[in-house]
Design a protein around this ligand. Structure first.
Ligand code: ACO
Length: 324
């Protein structure tokens, strides 16, 4: 291993506006009891007028850069995993670049729905390993609340908005047998399953008419199967066993899906980073938001082995193994 991508900083951003299950029960035929028992969600942060994905992404990126303690000018790549960029083009990433006052390097978005952060991390890691860039900000940011039908109880209770970011930097392992950084990433997709979870564009649905459509039971079934297989793949690729993992940092779609993956890995609840109760499903933002929470409260410590996994519309799914 000549170069490894080390995570040198982390940041997150959540909005002030909190919508509880009780608030939703006033709008649609649902209840706190139903939502908590089926999903684990208790509340979500939701954008208000004028707040856009790039605003959240910028705030998370700024915090990650501060945490990394680097000069902003060192950044030569910005990748945003998002399904809800402010505009069809340009990318949310170039808006972040501009607000950070940067003009050099590259900036682009990766669209892989809820797997967006894992996909973006994998792309940036590959570019670092190839020697193409040295320092990258990888952001997961989404405002899926803008794509919800707030009268559809089967989807509106599930999602929230937010952003999280990490700073990656090329490091030489210098013969260290357990170097800190991204050990491997594993990406998959199956476009045959695109119709069980999707959102048409304005071009197809008509301006202002696009909404998330989901066959929840089917998504649930595939999530359990695909996530179990990709976490095993990640472990086997590194010659590791489930007992080697210190923390599971999963995409926060449904607590029952997370419990199923943890069971497969024989991990007890106290080794799983859970934010779903407070954040709901923030799509590409959910893994870096969970990561930031567990770093800031001291659960994740240097040297810990982290397994991140996600699945989303596409279907797309993936995993990343990281030594912190
Ligand atoms: N409140 C009350 N009742 C509800 C609600 C609600 N919010 N939503 C659905 N129900 C009702 C249904 O209408 C149904 O009623 P019926 O039996 O009279 O027909 C009943 O509850 C059971 O519905 P199911 O869909 O079978 O409920 P299930 O236990 O499967 O839970 C859920 C639904 C939570 C959506 C689950 O299927 C799930 O989490 N699926 C995965 C979703 C997911 O992971 N998405 C991630 C990807 S998102 C992305 O990539 C952008």
């Amino acid at each position: 291993m000549n170069i490894i991508s080390k995570v040198i900083g982390c940041g997150a951003y959540l909005l002030e506006n909190v919508v509880t299950n009780e608030d939703l029960a006033k709008q649609v035929d649902t209840s706190d009891e139903w939502i908590v028992s089926r999903t684990g969600i208790r509340q979500r942060h939701i954008v208000q007028d004028g707040e856009m994905t790039s605003d959240l992404a910028y705030q998370a990126a700024k915090r990650a850069v501060k945490d990394a303690g680097i000069e902003q000018q060192d950044i030569d790549l910005i990748v945003v995993g998002t399904t809800t960029p402010d505009d069809t083009f340009p990318a949310a990433a170039v808006k972040v670049q501009s607000r950070l006052g940067l003009t050099g390097g590259a900036a682009f978005d990766v669209q892989a729905a809820c797997s967006g952060f894992i996909y973006a991390l994998s792309v940036a890691d590959s570019m670092i390993r190839a020697g193409q860039i040295k320092t990258a900000i990888v952001i997961g940011a989404d405002t899926l609340s803008k794509l919800l039908n707030w009268q559809d109880r089967t989807t509106c209770v599930l999602f929230g908005d937010g952003a999280g970011a990490v700073v990656l930097q090329a490091q030489s392992p210098n013969g260290d047998p357990a170097p800190k950084g991204i050990l491997s990433t594993h990406l998959h997709s199956d476009g045959n399953l695109r119709n069980i979870l999707y959102c048409e564009s304005d071009l197809v649905a008509g301006v202002g008419s696009r909404v998330i459509r989901m066959d929840g039971r089917e998504v649930f079934k595939h999530a359990v199967t695909n996530l179990a297989s990709v976490v095993i793949e990640a472990l086997e690729a590194n010659g590791l066993r489930d007992t080697d993992i210190d923390w599971l940092v999963p995409h926060q779609a449904n607590k029952r899906i997370i419990d199923s993956t943890a069971k497969k890995l024989k991990m007890s609840d106290d080794k799983v980073v859970l934010t779903i109760a407070n954040h709901a499903n923030t799509s590409a933002a959910s893994i870096p938001l969970a990561l930031d929470a567990a770093i800031k409260d001291g659960r994740i410590q240097p040297g810990n082995l982290l397994l991140m996994e996600a699945m989303g519309g596409g279907l797309t799914w993936g995993a990343a193994l990281v030594r912190w």
